[in-house]
Write a protein that binds this ligand. Sequence first.
Ligand SMILES: [Zn+2]
Length: 909
Amino acid sequence: MKDYKDTLHMPKTGFPMRGKLGKNEPLRQAFWNELDIYDKRLEKNKDNTPFVMPDGPPYANGNIHIGTAMNKILKDMIVRSRSMQGFYTRYLPGWDTHGLPIETSLTKNEGVDRKALSTVEFRKLCADYAYRQVDIQKAQFKRLGILGEWDTPYLTLKPHYEGSQMEIFADFVEKGLIFRGLKPIFWSPSSETALAEAEIEYRDKKSPSIYFTFDAVDTKNFEGPFKFLVWTTTPWTLPANLATAVADAIDYVFVDTGKGVYVMGEALLSQISEKLGFEKTDVIRRAKGSELVGMTYKHPLYDRVSPILSGHHVTIESGTGLVHIAPGHGEDDFLIGKANNLEVLCPVDERGHMTKDSGKYEGMFVEKASKEVVKDMDALGHLEKLEWIVHSYPHDWRTKKPVIFRATNQWFASIEKIKDDLIREVKNVKWIPSWGETRMENMVKDRETWCISRQRIWGVPIPVFYHENGEPILDADIVRHVASLFKEHGSNIWYEWDAKALLPDGYESELSPNGQFKKETDTLDVWFDSGTSHKGGMTDYGMSYPADLYIEGSDQYRGWFNSSLITGVSSFGKAPYKSVLTHGFVMDDKGRKMSKSLGNVVNPNDVANSLGADILRLWVASVDYQADVRISDRMMKQVTETYRKLRNTIRFMLGLLSDFDIEKHGMAFESLESTDQFMLSELDDLKESVSMHYDTYEFDDVTREITRFVTNRVSAFYLDILKDIVYIEAKEDPVRRSAQTAVYKIVEALLPMLTPIMPHTTEEAYQFLPSHKEESVYLENMPRRAYPENKALKERFDALLMIRNDVMKALENARNEKIIGKSLEAKLTLYPKDKATALLLESFKNLEQLFIVSAVNIDTFNKGAHTYERLSVDVTLQEGEKCARCWQVTDVNDEGICERCGEVLRKDT
Ligand SMILES: [Zn+2]
């Protein structure tokens, strides 16, 4: 028999089945570079509404990790989708480049001897190091397909950025928000720096818990001798003890314990007695706290007599009701000390070692000092009880080491003075998810000051000069002058130039009669650096204030969102963002954080080079990123499956278009076959929901909707029935061209819709789309509704598709019962159960095609073997011969082909 294979119009496309993404994606990226598609897209949108989304700068140190990769991919999906919706959307990448981790990397990992270098020499090494890190990360981000202005990123170390930051600082100065004060603040001995509240995290710590006594000296009108019983978990602060506080209204008791008379809160007596194992507890006297105020006691370790004071923070819930006060080591202690004119004693240095003011403990680290203090108190008979407790204690969020409270001279920005404005602005912002508003509001509400000084080298200097008498000069004009110098020369001049050279020409002051000035040596908190990116990384580049969107991880409520809000409101009176979107963190398959020690770290570039950046991107677009997300091999397998489904369906559709030119062969919607019209109206619905989900950054919904359409509509239904049309019918048959028109429209819409998610793959496919309009798929716009809505058509097909599902089940059963082999061997007899179903079925002229069988009869008087909701079905073997060309079972001629095929062959030749 003759072979008719060559007469069929089999699918043909150069778009390969296998993506080989690891190898091919870099080629796509080179293609984008060559075409300059980022700039071309901007050019196309240049007269349109801008969409401003500045980059929250990652820290320039080390390789990118899966979390930063997810962050950048989300941003890229936003930039691409907004751009393709027509918004003028730029992406200017930025980096946070100052701060301790870079100093540490140099000294610890790169063997730099800090002490052998001048400040400026060391700062230059820091800058070189930061630039190298930026280059490494830049290449890694680009490998993920992130488009942006990579050649001109904003870096917080660039002179222009530093100058802009100074200008914002000048606004703070002008508003009177900057002040200097001695204050116990969170201090990290491991980082040797003050920490902002934002840099603190609470973790469990094991601490000594001690009960100890002070001998009363001045007992007022009470009969002595007696001892005050006190409790603390930080014995190393005892050398700084300058008072003990009681609460005025609390009842205290004088208890004869057998070892002497102890004073403690009455409500705690039985609890304490049990813990300390008193022989007896005879209450000799009672007194209100206010009656104890004014008594004094002797410090057991020093020749020092200190007072009993009234403390607003003393409660009777734990401890003894008497609280040890060290004004240099606690916020309440500091306030009470200040109210009572106590010295701010702080015998601990920046590395956490005791100073000579602590006497014999000099040189010991606080933990060691604690042990020694306890030992000495015990030896002197003042220790009642030592036990170890595990409690929640503040830690340095970077080093994960415990911090201490330590009084130091610091620079502060007042939050108190602008708090009302901040809270008003928080309420004006759209927070996604919405709980962000409460979180941010509470964070602002509870804050009075922002400690902005750091005792570091690698940072932006605080632009304050001191008079000869030590008084600081806070003058906005001088700061602006320094800002202009920084913009021109960079901030190293602060260390290189003389104070006079940094001050405006001819600057004089009565407070410096000899014309001498000193410069501040502290640097600004790095959160102040990145917090001013709305200027240095946004408006300085021509983007408008406020931004439409800030997006970062949910830890940035205390970080970047926070400092940006404060600096923005201070300078512009307005939040720097209209909306804030947060994403969660990436965990491993068991929900654990990733860490080197657990060995569960996923390197995003490894994934890109093995599976493909598009697979990683599709994973990001498949998870609910607003919560914490997980990544595992199993999930990546699922994502790869979805990817294959999408790729293969697109490939199949491209194959159906090998002889199709939309200009020449495309048909108007009204002339299309009803199945094709139905598919295009389904496509219209998809376009609308995809666009809506892109608007609200719900990428997982975009992926879900597209995958559902591709799987349920295109792959399981439409392409199935199209084979009989596109392969078999005559080339120019209107039914065939109608189908191809619809397939073309579907691919033409799917590729742009998928581009923000898997741009490499859609670009590759787009180049194989016959007569595509643009050089790159990224220059296409997001497709919009294009066809008239036809409710009746949709309802008719929805009903048919339900019936089709049942018919497919009947065919499957018949195959299992060996009644038929291939579905084309089948003859169907359908028995509709009601008139509506009968009418519906009769309205379709191509039921054989829709069900992929050789014959369909409709009979109303019988009952079929397979019963379903709206009909029953009989499946029998179709009598006749198999057409050698189309495989339909029917009457065939001498050549072995059916009448239809005979006609097709006459037309095609
Ligand atoms: Zn045939």
